[in-house]
Structures are given as structure tokens and as C-alpha cells.
Design a protein around this ligand. Structure first.
Ligand code: PGA
Length: 250
């Protein structure tokens, strides 16, 4: 495992299963996860049908369950949607908002992302707003401009009384997601500094995009990286546990 660099303090580790899994897979993977220490900050974002199952299975493991999306509307006649209050009701603690796959495949605009953030905040869910540039934007020198635009849409909602841990940003360059090509250390350091300059230092900023048990320690050792958002590798209990342990500095 790549751990040349020491992880200074407890980092946030979040898994994102995307539209993968089954009840049997959830049971196998979550049962295989160890019980983490009480100071851990670990979340697994499961597909909607498995959230309640996850809450039950992780009950005593100091690992919480998150959702990958929520409705921009409050409860009511919105067939097929899932509201923030429903997520909170079943014991879900966290929600991803504006993942690039939602923005790309479901045409989620910055305005929709902002509306979802409002709903999640009211339901007291921890909100993880995902931002990231495409390869074309990066190659055209527009990466920071795109991130600024995505953050502008939610900045108003970061009022001074927003709890630091109730809001995180996940920087996930679109070209690094599922590609096996994580951003370089310099690219991550530069963008995390840029994001902190915009949102302030009290809100954590996670990195996501091809994080594995091999590169997690190095990535979490980069300045201004408060944790990682892990897709593919979170589907494997031993890989995910290894990343969580790196985040705990073990
Ligand atoms: P990946 O996905 O780790 O499989 O690249 C990250 C994400 O999309 O959150």
C-alpha cells in the first residue's frame, strides 16, 4: 500500500457505490467491514433501496450511511423522487449533491444543485456538494472558472452559522472519475487551495476520482485535502477498509 506520506489527522472517507450492488452484496461487504474507532468520519453512500439495510448493518461500526441524491422538492406529488426528510427518517446522515454523473446524465443544473442543498440542509443531512471540470475545460484553461461557477451557485447557503461538518465540497475532476487516472498531486493541491479560498477554511474539501488503497495515503497527505470520496474501490470491503485506516492514520 502506498503510504510514503503520513496522514496527519483523522480524514473523512466516503464511499460512493453509484448504481451498483444488490441486497446480497450490501450484506457481504458491510458485514466484512471492521468496526472503526469512535473518532472515525466514514460514510458509505448506497443506492436508495439499500439505505435502510445499510443503516442496520452498520449500526455499531462507526460508519454511517449516505444517499447519492435527493429530490429538490419537499414531500408531495413528485412520483419517483425521494425527499430529504425521507432520507433522514430512515437514519441516513449524509447526501451527495451534484455528482458529475447527475449533472451529465440527468441534466442537473447548478440551480437544481442549490435547491437540493436547501432541502438537505433543512432535513439536517450532511451535504457533500460535488464539483469538477471536464477534460476539455481543463485543457482550455477553464478548470478554475468552472469550479468557481459551480461553487457560486451554493455559496449563498454557506451562512456563517452553517456547521462546519454539515457541509463539504468534493472536488472530483470528471476526467479522473472511473478512469484509473487520478489527478496529480500538484493539480489536487492547486484546486483544493483555490476552493478553500472561495468557501473558507472551516469547510472540509474531499478529493475524488480514481482513489484506491494504493494512492489514498498520498492523496490524503496533500495540503488542504480533508478526505476522499471513493467510487469503485468502495465496493470491495478490504480495499475500502484499507483506505479508511489510512484516513485514520493507521
Ligand atoms: P471512482 O469514482 O473512485 O470510481 O473514480 C469516484 C466518484 O465518482 O465519486
Amino acid at each position: 500500500m502506498g503510504s510514503e506520506r503520513q496522514v496527519a489527522s483523522t480524514k473523512i472517507v466516503m464511499g460512493n457505490w453509484k448504481m451498483n450492488g444488490s441486497a446480497a452484496k450490501v450484506a457481504t461487504v458491510l458485514t466484512a467491514l471492521p468496526s472503526f474507532p469512535p473518532n472515525s468520519d466514514i460514510t458509505i453512500c448506497l443506492p436508495f433501496p439499500y439505505l435502510a439495510q445499510g443503516v442496520q448493518l452498520l449500526d455499531d461500526k462507526h460508519c454511517v450511511v449516505g444517499a447519492q441524491n435527493l429530490s429538490e422538492f419537499a414531500d408531495g406529488a413528485y412520483t419517483g423522487d425521494v425527499s430529504a426528510s425521507m432520507l433522514a427518517d430512515i437514519g441516513c446522515k449524509t447526501v451527495l449533491i451534484g455528482h458529475s454523473e447527475r449533472r451529465t446524465f440527468f441534466a442537473e443544473s447548478d440551480e437544481v444543485v442549490a435547491a437540493k442543498l436547501t432541502r438537505a440542509k433543512h432535513a439536517r443531512l450532511r451535504c457533500v456538494v460535488c464539483v469538477g471540470e471536464t477534460l476539455i475545460e481543463r485543457d482550455s484553461g477553464l478548470a478554475q472558472q468552472r469550479i468557481q461557477q459551480q461553487l457560486n451557485a451554493v455559496l449563498k447557503q454557506l451562512d456563517s452559522d452553517a456547521q462546519a461538518l454539515a457541509f463539504c465540497v468534493a472536488y472530483e475532476p470528471v476526467w479522473a472519475i472511473g478512469s484509473g487516472r487520478a489527478a496529480t498531486e500538484a493539480q489536487i493541491a492547486e484546486m483544493h487551495q483555490f476552493i478553500k479560498n472561495i468557501i473558507g477554511t472551516k469547510f472540509p474539501v474531499l478529493y475524488g476520482g480514481s482513489v484506491t488503497d494504493d494512492n489514498a495515503a498520498n492523496i490524503m497527505g496533500i495540503a488542504n485535502v480533508d478526505g476522499v470520496l471513493v467510487g469503485g474501490a468502495s465496493l470491495d470491503a478490504s480495499k475500502f477498509a484499507a483506505i479508511c485506516n489510512e484516513g485514520l492514520g493507521k
